[in-house]
Design a protein around this ligand. Structure first.
Ligand code: FMN
Ligand code: SF4
Ligand code: SF4
Ligand code: SF4
Ligand code: FES
Length: 592
């Protein structure tokens, strides 16, 4: 059987030489006159931490951290002799056993790759590859065989909810815009993806740009829009490049433009660049930014579906939402609802990160528990440490604790526990994380990204940050905790846009789930995770050999002692920089 070599061409793997690996593979095949082996540079496989990744079909051999020098062995052993190159095969982080077939890897076993079905599988720059994998079939079916009302009915019946954060029913949004008889309407693809650590939309655009175009085509047909706009941050150059090429090729081949699929329907797409401000992901701010104005939100209603880009009805949909659309049209509503929960059907892509063994992009059926994601797909906590918290929903999400691990992942269950689904960020924390510092960290992000238009968000978050900072410095008072809660709740209900309305979620959820840690900081002036510098004391133990290395790195001369005798630290002088601890070769310095 002929073999196929898939090489990841996502941003992560490209930055670690995957293009060179591809070139070397092609060169080697040519020099050895081996024919019938297809070499494809694909989009992201999701397991970026282990990149560059090379997968060989049909055996499904999954090679990780491949270097250009490994190419000779891949050709000689795998391609020619049908053997595996053991040393670059994936090893399970727990059992340390080699896993040969990627389908047997815990990271992939529980995944249900529907949105990501083409990512890591097809060449994103090849229209042929896309067409061979059912590409544009759904658009053809919708546009030439279905009425726009029926398309919308399908999306309503599917129960698809927006994957950009809010979880608003997509079909309902389309219905509002379709009923408006304005001459010009717009479909906007929100590819701003501002959540730090999230890269699902980028991966989709890099790995399967035609699916995004197809989703926009169907959305455009459904609401009667002839124009599509993709708002994408300029710091996603590869996604921009692949999407631009895909738009051009689609246009040349009659998938964009006039008389699409032999009908009178016309649709074209333009790319608009964002400068990478988080608030510009909010739909009204995004629209202002596209109009060349300041990217500031305005109050809703009117909703963009009624009055959006240049005051015309505009449907703003997230990248992942749009890619679900062709899958639903082609496979049917029942197929879509086969996975997920009653109120949150389908799958969701998460960016799994933090103190977890398997970091990466995972697509799972909604309803799966946090425990399954963290301990089965993610294979638990790094270094055998204890799980402490998981933060879902990006910077404005909430932190959940051990008691919440069996919570099913869906829009409503997460919200009922004080967290949110958001766009799919999932950060896992262990015993070494201080939850007060975590809340402060996320708040610092939202504070930096606040547009400053309204007082509760601009001033309120500043005051929240100051209180948290005081607490981490050991200057907090008990009454500060009540103040944190009161202020957080006030900011939530009085802010103009979603940024301010959700900015205090990390504070409220950590207060709710990790109140003891706040108490430790405030009353005992102690940071149990030993993160808050001002609350730590560095102590030299009996393990000290008197090597004097620490005295030389201490910039404030806080360490004293004779050669070959136990040294001591003057806690008054110590500024808690930690330099001595990282210098001591005998692990004689500890934090208390
Ligand atoms: C501060 C803020 C940032 C947002 N960032 C994004 C984003 O990066 N991408 C996105 O699709 N939606 C983002 N949203 C949600 C959008 O405003 C909008 O609801 C969404 O794009 C609608 O598409 P959907 O219904 O398909 O989810 C953000 C919302 C807020 C309040
Ligand atoms: S809530 Fe914050 S980001 Fe939103 S409009 Fe007000 S100041 Fe701007
Ligand atoms: S570096 Fe370690 S062993 Fe050496 S003097 Fe300092 S504490 Fe003692
Ligand atoms: S923590 Fe820094 S300041 Fe304190 S004793 Fe060690 S090196 Fe000196
Ligand atoms: S970029 Fe290669 S696996 Fe994600």
């Amino acid at each position: 059987m002929s073999k196929k070599i898939l090489i990841c061409g996502g941003t992560g793997c490209l930055s670690s030489k995957s293009r060179l690996i591809k070139e070397n593979l092609e060169k080697e095949l040519k020099e050895r006159k081996i024919e019938g082996v297809e070499v494809v540079l694909t989009g992201c496989f999701g397991f970026c931490e282990k990149g560059p990744i090379v997968k060989i079909l049909p055996a499904n051999n999954f090679y990780i951290e491949v270097k250009p020098e490994d190419v000779k062995d891949i050709i000689e052993l795998d391609i020619i002799k049908d053997e595996k190159v053991e040393r670059i095969l994936y090893k399970d982080p727990i059992t340390k056993e080699v896993v040969t077939d990627y389908k047997k890897m815990n990271f992939y076993q529980k995944q249900e790759r529907r949105v990501l079905k083409n990512c890591g599988f097809i060449n994103p720059e090849s229209l042929d590859d896309f067409l061979k994998n059912d590409g544009y079939k759904a658009a053809k079916k919708a546009i030439s065989e279905m009425s726009s009302e029926f398309v919308i009915k399908n999306i309503v019946d599917s129960g698809l909810r927006g994957r950009g954060g809010g979880g608003f029913p997509t079909g309902v949004k389309w219905e509002i815009a379709s009923k408006n008889d304005a001459k010009q309407k717009y479909i906007v693809c929100n590819a701003d993806e501002g959540d730090p650590g999230a890269f699902m939309d980028r991966s989709i655009l890099e790995g399967d740009p035609h699916s995004v175009i197809e989703g926009m085509l169907i959305a455009g047909y459904a609401i009667g829009a002839t124009k599509g706009l993709v708002y994408i941050r300029a710091e996603y150059p590869l996604a921009v490049e692949r999407l631009s090429k895909a738009i051009e090729v689609a246009r040349k081949n009659g998938y964009l433009g006039e008389n699409l699929f032999g009908t009178h329907f016309a649709f074209d797409i333009e790319i608009k660049f964002g400068a990478g401000a988080f608030v510009c992901g909010e739909e009204t701010a995004l629209i202002h930014s596209m109009e060349g104005r300041r990217g500031e939100p305005t109050s809703k209603p009117p909703y963009p579906a009624e009055k959006g880009f240049w005051n015309m009805p505009t449907v703003v949909n997230n990248v992942e939402t749009l890619v679900n659309v062709p899958r639903i049209i082609l496979n049917g509503v029942d197929w879509f609802r086969e996975v997920g929960t009653e109120k949150s059907p389908g799958t969701k892509v998460f960016a799994l990160s933090g103190k977890i063994n398997n970091v990466g992009l995972v697509e799972v059926p909604m309803g799966i528990s946090l425990r399954e994601i963290i301990f089965e797909i993610g294979e638990g906590i790094k270094g055998g440490k204890k799980f402490k918290a998981v933060q879902t929903g990006g910077p404005s999400g909430g932190c959940l604790n051990e008691d919440d691990l069996d919570t099913p992942i869906d829009f409503d269950s997460l919200a009922s526990k004080g967290a949110i689904m958001g766009s799919g960020g999932m950060v896992v924390m262990d015993e070494d994380d201080c939850m007060v510092s975590v809340a402060k960290f996320f708040l610092e992000f939202t504070l930096d990204e606040s547009c400053g238009k309204c007082t509760p968000c601009r001033i309120g978050n500043t005051r929240l940050y100051e209180i948290l900072d005081r607490i981490t410095q050991g200057k907090g008072k008990l009454k500060d905790l009540a103040l944190l809660k009161e202020l957080s709740e006030a900011i939530k209900v009085t802010s103009l846009c979603g940024l301010g309305q959700t900015s205090s979620n990390p504070v409220l959820s950590t207060l709710d789930k990790f109140y003891n840690e706040y108490i430790d900081h405030v009353i005992e002036k102690r940071c149990t995770a030993k993160v808050c510098q001002k609350l730590i004391t560095y102590v030299i133990t009996d393990a000290c050999r008197g090597c004097t290395a620490c005295t030389r790195v201490c910039a404030v001369k806080a360490i004293d002692g004779k050669v070959r005798e136990k040294h001591t630290i003057d806690t008054e002088k110590c500024v808690r920089c930690g330099a001595c601890m990282s210098t001591c070769r005998f692990n004689a310095i500890i934090k208390l």
